[in-house]
Design a protein around this ligand. Structure first.
Ligand SMILES: [Ca+2]
Ligand SMILES: [Ca+2]
Length: 102
C-alpha cells in the first residue's frame, strides 16, 4: 500500500538560511564607535582615544590610552575595530582593578 502523498497537514517551519546568532551586534555599537573613530578610518587608535578623553575633560597619557586600547584590542594589532569595540562593550564586565601605585 503506497503512503498518501501531497499531505499538507504539517506546517513547514522556515528552513531558510540565516546568519547564526552568535555574532556580536555591531550595529548597536556603531554610534559609539563613530564617536571614538575621529578620522573615520574604521579603526580606533590610542591617539584618538586619548584625544576623545581629553575632549570630555579626562587626561589620558599615551601610556594609559594604549592600555585602554589594549583592553579592547583582541587581535593585538594596536587598533580597535568596530567588532572589537562591540565585543568589549557587550561582554559582562568585572569590577576594574584599582591602579597599582607601583
Ligand atoms: Ca581612526
Ligand atoms: Ca585590533
Amino acid at each position: 500500500m503506497p503512503p498518501p502523498c501531497s499531505s499538507s497537514r504539517v506546517p513547514s517551519p522556515d528552513h531558510r538560511d540565516y546568519d547564526p546568532p552568535t555574532m556580536v551586534d555591531t550595529e548597536r555599537y556603531a554610534a559609539s564607535f563613530k564617536m571614538l573613530d575621529l578620522d573615520g578610518d574604521g579603526r580606533i587608535t590610542a591617539a584618538e582615544f586619548k584625544e576623545l578623553m581629553g575632549t570630555i575633560g579626562v587626561n589620558f597619557t599615551d601610556e594609559t590610552a594604549a592600555q585602554a586600547i589594549a583592553m579592547m584590542d583582541t587581535d593585538g594589532d594596536g587598533l580597535v575595530s568596530l567588532e572589537e569595540l562591540a565585543t568589549y562593550l557587550s561582554r559582562p564586565h568585572v569590577t576594574p582593578d584599582p591602579p597599582d601605585p607601583g
